[in-house]
Design a protein around this ligand. Structure first.
Ligand code: SAM
Length: 151
């Protein structure tokens, strides 16, 4: 025979599991963010997803080195056009991997980038223009051209 105390413990454990699983799933969905190194991806303050500082970053510090491939502009169309960088010639586009594609635009950026052609191939190197606090969204300036060519 089970004592009253045992029955109470079993009911409490079962209710905890029953309530905890859906609550955990809800919380996980709401706070979902992914990250690596100094960058995490979360809900942007300006549009869709954005990149955020997952720790404080010092001025000039390299934030991410993104392996990149250069492709013909004929290989890039539709929505993907909004995610690629200009290449080394008019008809070329640079596709940066990692989180480099997900940084949003600001006319007052805290990040800039340059291209580095290493022995392994092209890289897009993102670095801090100033000290950045943990949690700040990371922006680079897409440039006026970017917006005028897209209306
Ligand atoms: C390289 S993606 C940036 C990541 C994008 N927010 C996402 O959720 O996938 C570029 C797109 O983000 C949006 N975007 C970037 N910066 C923005 C800004 N300051 N204001 C409004 N939309 C912006 C534009 O729709 C643009 O086409």
């Amino acid at each position: 025979m089970l004592s009253n105390l045992s029955i109470f413990v079993i009911i409490a454990a079962a209710s905890g599991i029953a309530l905890g699983i859906p609550a955990g799933m809800l919380l996980r969905r709401k706070n979902r963010s992914i990250g690596r190194g100094a960058v995490s991806i979360g809900s942007s303050t300006v549009s869709g997803r954005g990149a955020f500082a997952s720790r404080s970053i010092s001025e000039s510090e390299i934030i991410e080195r993104c392996p990149a491939i250069e492709v013909s502009d004929r290989d890039v169309g539709g929505e993907l056009l909004n995610y690629v960088f200009y290449g080394s010639a008019e008809n070329l586009r640079l596709v940066a991997m990692g989180y480099g594609m997900l940084f949003n635009h600001s006319p007052q950026p805290n990040v800039a980038y340059y291209r580095d052609d290493s022995q392994l191939g092209a890289e897009l190197v993102l670095y801090a223009l100033r000290d950045i606090r943990k949690g700040e969204e990371l922006f680079y300036n897409y440039g006026e051209d970017w917006w005028t060519t897209r209306g």
